[in-house]
Design a protein around this ligand. Sequence first.
Ligand SMILES: NC(=O)c1ccc[n+]([C@@H]2O[C@H](COP(=O)([O-])OP(=O)(O)OC[C@H]3O[C@@H](n4cnc5c(N)ncnc54)[C@H](O)[C@@H]3O)[C@@H](O)[C@H]2O)c1
Ligand SMILES: O=P(O)(O)OC[C@H](O)CO
Length: 336
Amino acid sequence: MSKPVKAAVFGTGSWGTAFGMVLADAGCEVVLWARRAGLVDAVNSTRTNPDYLPGVELPRNLRATTDPAEAARDADFAVLAVPSQTLRGNLAEWAPLLAPGTVVVSLMKGIELGSAMRMSEVVQDVAGIGAERIAVVTGPNLAREIAARMPAAAVVACTDEAVARRLQAACHTPYFRPYTNTDVVGCELGGAVKNVIGLAVGIADGMGLGDNAKGSLITRGLAETTRLGAALGADPLTFSGLAGLGDLVATCSSPLSRNHTFGTNLGKGMTLEETIAVTRQTAEGVKSCESVLDLARRHGVDMPITETVVDIVHEGKPPVVALKELMSRSAKPERR
Ligand SMILES: NC(=O)c1ccc[n+]([C@@H]2O[C@H](COP(=O)([O-])OP(=O)(O)OC[C@H]3O[C@@H](n4cnc5c(N)ncnc54)[C@H](O)[C@@H]3O)[C@@H](O)[C@H]2O)c1
Ligand SMILES: O=P(O)(O)OC[C@H](O)CO
């Protein structure tokens, strides 16, 4: 009998835990790394993650540890599920623990502030490993629904298609259907920018602007994501797939989305401080709207919705004023 595939998941939050369940259900031996001993004890003794996925029973072939070396030992896959802005610091500690054959998998949907790097670029930079050993999982994957084993499709992307296929096999279950893609740039941009568009749609929903506004923001949001992708060498077709349109639809229509909910609270008139205070988990778009805009400016790409989100979230512009400005931009052809 062949040895089971071993996966280390660094980060025992919502998505790290839910994706760990997917890997375990697909037959992998899974070790979650968590910062807090209390959470590790709860996972190992009660088979639940009471902080992030209360009420969900975790599979038997999944356990937790606070020791990153124990998690990383003999891992075929090292899955990263921490907030995008902490990855660089976290990985500096973990990278020396990884075996030469371990494939690093990013679950994160953000762009680093300051460097404007995608997460796979941060991994390459910090761990010094080649693109063929770095994969990305993205798509319409709200953690709560996946943890309830509700059906979803996803994309596993790697420049080396054979590596993407190995990861696909390692996370394929009756309820989780991963497709491979070699367009890592497009897949990562789709995931990061949809969080920003999710904030915009949430703000519009909070203001009561209706479903036409929602449809318009999703579509024009996809247009500006595709423009940025084209400037960075992504395949434009990636954005009409799961990493682009698929994730936008899920995020922009679900109350489970932290970004959408964050935006809704702002649109209803909460201040930024009040909104942050009621947000318990990572809403990546709040920080990444600034780094996405930075990336766009570095490449001369116009991203008016992203710019509007930055104005509202970070410059304190009232949503009604921002809406008026967005609607009164000069008339343009749909495609340019
Ligand atoms: N939750 C989802 O539905 C979902 C789905 C797909 C992708 N993602 C992406 O996955 C990534 C992780 O999101 P999440 O939902 O698991 O977030 P989360 O807030 O639920 O969990 C984040 C985890 O990171 C840990 N963490 C926070 N700060 C840390 C630090 N400084 N050092 C080490 N660990 C730290 C937290 O303790 C927690 O375990 C994000 O980029 C998110 O966009 C989330
Ligand atoms: O809760 P959000 O807004 O971070 O979205 C979660 C996932 O990215 C949806 O695919």
